[in-house]
Design a protein around this ligand. Structure first.
Ligand code: SAM
Length: 285
């Protein structure tokens, strides 16, 4: 449901006159899911103004990750790993160099639904797409290598809309494992939420708030029960300690980069948006 909520937001972003991402497949997932509220939402522009989650944020975020992957691929990084790919269709949507291998890690049911919908629509990937159906709290590196991942070749990694869904230890292990699996020249992009926010309290407020907005992405998801709010290290610090070069941008900075002002969102979303950063890191060659 969280993956579907983001797809619904991308379907709406795609229809904006100044869309930062064009994801023509996102609406297919919403329709195929049979969720009539979300289907109505993506087809009725009068409802969009009532859905602050979709008001620009997903556009900035999707574009940031698009703008991360394509230059990396153009610079010769021949494998990409999308952690918690959900219903992200970058493997189908982006203009990858010939032969680019794109690994998509997520839960089996999510990947199965995605494959089914895209296959039925007659869509073929524009990359060498490999599904890796594994729980990111388990031994995902073994599953990734099994799917053909080459740890001696540089990699572009992304973690978009993922980290709050992992326990602190799994998040720390995730970045330690990325470090070990990354050949020199590898890069990482991640959406991170600052340690200074009380995610437990915010998740509870957010769940209440979202439930009040019928048909809105995430209205049927109890985020408070999905978010882990235990201690975790700052991914930028972890990577820096291991010699990576890092930089982070706030949402407002992405808004400036893409020359589209950020809409005002009500609490508790405003607190989450304020503390969200977009990290890029590279491992020196
Ligand atoms: C909010 S969605 C984001 C999906 C995608 N990155 C996007 O931005 O469209 C979160 C995704 O994380 C996946 N996820 C959450 N916990 C996971 C875990 N422990 N192992 C694998 N995937 C997980 C969910 O299945 C879901 O697809």
């Amino acid at each position: 449901m969280t993956a579907l909520g983001v797809a619904a937001a991308r379907a709406i972003e795609t229809k904006q006159p100044d869309a930062l991402v064009h994801d023509e497949y996102a609406a297919l997932f919403v329709v195929a899911s049979g969720d009539s509220d979300m289907k109505q939402l993506i087809t009725d522009p009068t409802l969009w103004a009532q859905t602050p989650f979709t008001s620009g944020f997903i556009g900035y975020r999707s574009r940031f990750f698009d703008d991360f992957f394509l230059p990396a691929a153009a610079a010769g990084v021949t494998q990409a790993v999308i952690l918690a790919a959900g219903l992200d269709v970058r493997a189908y949507r982006l203009d990858w160099p010939v032969g680019e291998v794109v690994f998509e890690i997520d839960q089996p049911k999510v990947l199965e639904f995605k494959r089914q919908v895209l296959t039925e629509s007659g869509t073929a990937p524009r990359s060498d797409r490999r599904e890796v159906a594994v729980d990111l709290r388990d031994d995902w590196p073994a599953a990734l290598v099994e799917a053909g991942f080459d740890p001696t070749s540089p990699t572009a990694w992304s973690a978009e809309g993922l980290l709050p869904y992992l326990p602190g230890a799994a998040q720390d292990a995730l970045f330690a494992r990325i470090g070990r699996l990354s050949a020199p020249g590898s890069t990482v992009a991640a959406e991170t939420v600052g340690n200074n926010v009380d995610m437990g309290r915010i998740a509870e407020q957010e769940s209440e708030y979202l439930k009040g907005l019928k048909g809105m992405p995430f209205a049927k998801v109890d985020l408070a029960s999905l978010f882990y709010t235990d201690e975790r290290s700052d991914p930028a610090e972890l990577l820096t300690v291991h010699g990576w070069t890092t930089s982070s941008l706030h949402l407002q900075e992405l808004a400036a980069r893409y020359d589209r002002p950020m809409a005002t969102v009500p609490e508790p979303l405003a607190q989450i948006f304020d503390s969200t950063q977009y990290l890029t890191a590279s491992k020196p060659s």
